[in-house]
Design a protein around this ligand. Structure first.
Ligand code: SAM
Length: 243
């Protein structure tokens, strides 16, 4: 057990993750803003800046959910570029597609229901793969990183935007209180779902530390790997290249 939660085997984890995102799809955007007091928008903007995505490029927004990152990439690639919003969960994908169409983002955005562990795209397809707040939900992270490497073009880059581990003790204490005491309560009142938000706190603690994830990227074949801590390490952005 970990923080009072039972360790689940990998099949159970896939089901559990699906259940979590099915039940949060509708309240997902409101909760993101509430939980992070809007800061997730800044983290996402910085991730997109670090991706260096330019006009006419092809981007995979993996575990893209309701499409925040897709919307930012869409502006960068322009009408002749392409962004693929990909997610394992059909309900999240539908919510994302409806949102993007409502914003008028059509023509250069495509949708795909995929599992990050075995991407159904040809080798060397994308200039950039970005996975935002998604990797920690993936059961076999090494397989997923290898799969992302495979679909990147040479010169392409991977951006992993993910919750990470506080870089100092004070932040750690405040953050522990926030995520284990307050967050499940906010989840209970706003999304009527305490358990999913407890799972969120739990999955963040189990996610590899900054240096460990960097090593996993190196092992998957990525080069020039580095990471940037944001908000005292609450979030980290990892970047690596396929050379
Ligand atoms: N990227 C979006 C954002 O930053 O707002 C959504 C992040 S949301 C926290 C995580 C997403 O990962 C969910 O939509 C979930 O369905 C998706 N996901 C979980 N496991 C996955 C997998 N193995 N392959 C692809 N997507 C997955």
């Amino acid at each position: 057990t970990h923080f009072g939660f039972k360790q689940v085997d990998s099949k159970d984890k896939v089901k559990l993750v699906r259940g979590v995102f099915d039940s949060v799809a509708d309240s997902y955007d409101v909760m993101n803003d509430l939980m992070s007091v809007g800061i997730h928008r800044i983290w996402k903007r910085i991730a997109v800046q670090l991706s260096n995505v330019r006009k006419d490029e092809t981007v995979l927004d993996l575990a893209g959910g309701t499409g925040d990152l897709t919307a930012l990439f869409e502006k960068r690639v322009g009408k002749n570029g392409q962004v693929v919003l990909a997610d394992i969960n059909a309900q999240m994908l539908r919510t994302g597609r409806d949102r993007l169409i409502d914003k008028g983002l059509v023509g250069n955005v495509r949708y795909a229901q995929v599992n990050a562990e075995c991407l159904p795209f040809e080798d060397n397809t994308f200039d950039c793969v970005c996975i935002g707040f998604g990797l920690r939900n993936v059961t076999d992270k090494d397989a997923a990183l290898r799969s992302m490497y495979r679909v990147l073009k040479p010169g392409g880059r991977l951006i992993v935007l993910e919750f990470s581990h506080p870089t100092d003790k004070i932040t750690e204490k405040v953050y522990d209180f926030y995520s284990f005491k307050l967050l499940p309560k906010i989840g209970k009142f706003v999304a009527k779902d305490e358990d999913s938000y407890r799972y969120l706190a739990e999955s963040i603690r189990m996610h590899p530390k900054q240096d460990e994830l960097k090593n996993m990227m190196v092992n998957a074949g990525f080069e020039r790997c580095e990471y940037y801590n944001m908000t005292q390490g609450i979030v980290a952005i990892h970047r690596g290249y396929k050379i």
